[in-house]
Design a protein around this ligand. Structure first.
Ligand code: NAD
Length: 500
């Protein structure tokens, strides 16, 4: 049995049965049968059937938000805005746009070959059975969106939630059970990733994984045996770069929310704050002061800003990293300890000044409420500092000069760069989500997410009445044809390339 504990109160809130490994064969068989039939359902009809989840969710907005709150430790209102709303908004967007993204046949120009009555079409085809493996920090919105995109694109889904959030996983299954979908199209399995993970990878046609970089690499390695495709949404160490001309009143509030929302357990959370030397002292003083005003408590109480972390192990690891930071010369300006007034897994919002980018606290992802601050002198200096990191998920630049911000954005090594915003672009269903370097490969959300959930099918159509020029026999006629090919090839030599 997987026990679900409320990390804020330490109460047992439920139990879910682990899926026996022996059952996986049948689960994948059912998923394959369901997928074959589902793929024959017209795209528009699939979208109409899947969007019905929004109606089911709308009848239990508060119930779902409360469940997320109790299982993850975040305030219910935050769970609603960042997770439940996110699912409804994105599902509506996918329903409205999927036909535009996947519904048409793209005709490709074939150049010379068209003179021989040949043409090519590209269609998007579903992949088959997609296994969605989810993390604990946004247990509803992250996998839900990936499941919706996979289904609309014509796949079936085997979903494995994090064992920390098995009850939210059950809720997701319950929502899909409540709409009219073929049996076996969405199935949820429960269990420890190290036990159940390999058989999932071996049986699925594609893995859409969200979680730590270490686990993502294991999945990719295992996937190599069966050439199982992977999309990996992994860890991050988001940088926020503040120039003196930014709207500093807004910027400081963004830094506080970006660092401490969901107790900092956010892949895109602001983890490294780079402040220009001209504003460093005042900005930091203001930020520390504002951070001291955050209310940390049991998240179901009113007006709580920061709740609990997911478990003891995660909390201890965060604390260990803070201690490493102190040993390396970091200066804790606020927090830096477990909250002594609460019995759950509460770590105080923490701000540490760092001396340079070599420190462990600057280099490694600390998945908790810990913000590391560094000073910079110039644009070039800060670009180098930001890029000196293994992760590349998101970053942000704060300036009133948008052209200047865009110049910097092009030089930062992350999948998304926000100018004057933090974290929130995960909520944009229309824009691609994904990282570079150790933050992952592949993209979810928007058109790119649908491309990730499908494969191109190339259909080549030939209406030429004669035998093709290059077919046997290689006789005197063929020699002449070969000469003609030389003439055509010569016409393709570009002596003075011009930009078109
Ligand atoms: P995790 O890697 O510990 O677990 C993620 C999932 O993988 C869980 O469901 C787990 O059971 C499963 N798993 C573990 N070992 C496995 C294996 N060998 N094979 C298959 N599955 C396995 O991550 P977590 O602690 O749940 O989440 C935190 C991490 O996720 C952080 O690093 C965070 O940055 C990252 N994250 C990234 C994104 C993103 O979009 N890039 C979003 C959220 C979280």
């Amino acid at each position: 049995m997987i026990k679900s504990i409320n990390p804020a109160t330490l109460e047992l809130i439920g139990e879910v049965e682990e899926t026996p490994i022996e059952k996986l064969d049948q689960i994948f068989k059912d998923a394959r049968v369901a997928q074959k039939n589902w793929a024959k359902v017209p795209l528009e009809e699939r979208a109409k059937r899947v969007v019905k989840v929004n109606e089911v969710i709308s009848k239990q907005f508060d119930e779902i938000a409360l469940l997320i709150s109790k299982e993850v430790g975040k305030p219910p209102s935050e769970a609603f805005v960042n997770e439940v709303y996110g699912v409804v908004d994105s599902t509506f967007y996918y329903y409205t746009n999927v036909v535009d993204f996947l519904g048409s046949e793209e005709e490709i120009s074939l150049g010379f070959y068209e003179s021989l009555d040949k043409r090519s079409l590209i269609l998007r085809k579903p992949i088959g059975v997609i296994c969605v493996i989810g993390p604990y920090n946004y247990p509803f919105t992250i996998p839900f969106q990936q499941i919706v995109q996979s289904l609309m694109a014509g796949n079936s889904v085997v979903f494995k939630p994090s064992s920390e959030t098995a009850l939210v996983g059950e809720k997701i299954q319950e929502i899909f059970n409540a709409i009219d979908l073929p049996k076996g199209l969405v199935q949820t399995v429960y269990g420890n990733g190290s036990k159940i993970g390999n058989p999932l990878i071996d049986n699925a046609d594609k893995i859409i994984f969200t979680g730590s970089t270490a686990t993502g690499k294991k999945i990719m390695q295992r996937g190599a045996d069966t050439l199982t495709e992977v999309a990996l949404e992994l860890g991050g160490k988001a940088a926020m770069v503040v120039f003196p001309d930014a709207n500093l009143e807004r910027t400081v509030l963004a830094a506080r929310w970006g660092a401490f929302t969901n107790s900092g357990q956010v892949c895109a959370a602001v983890k490294r704050l780079f402040l220009h030397e001209d504003i460093y002292d005042d900005f930091l003083e203001n930020l520390v002061n504002l951070t001291s005003k955050l209310k940390q408590d049991i998240p179901t109480k009113s007006n709580v800003d920061v709740g609990a972390m997911i478990n003891e192990e995660q909390l201890n690891w965060v604390d260990k990293m803070v201690q490493v930071g102190i040993k390396e010369g970091g200066k804790v300006l606020i927090g830096g300890r477990r909250n002594p007034n609460l019995k759950g897994y509460f770590y105080e919002p923490t701000i540490i000044e760092a001396q340079d980018t070599n420190m462990h606290i600057v280099q490694e992802e600390i998945f908790g409420p810990v913000l590391v601050v560094l000073k910079f002198k110039s644009k070039d200096n800060v670009i180098e500092m930001v890029n000196d990191n293994q992760y590349g998920l998101v970053s942000s630049v704060w300036t009133n000069n948008i052209e200047f911000g865009k110049k910097i954005a092009k030089e930062l090594e992350t999948g998304t760069v926000m100018i004057n915003e933090v974290v929130y672009t995960f909520a944009l269903a229309a824009t691609p989500w994904g990282g570079v370097k150790n933050s992952g490969i592949g993209r979810t959300h928007g058109k790119f997410g649908f491309i990730e959930a499908t494969r191109p099918l190339h259909i080549n159509i030939d209406q030429y009445k004669e035998k093709d020029l290059w077919w046997f026999e290689y006789d005197a006629d063929y020699e002449e044809i070969a000469e003609n090919f030389k003439n055509i090839a010569s016409s393709l030599v570009v002596k003075e390339p011009t930009t078109k």
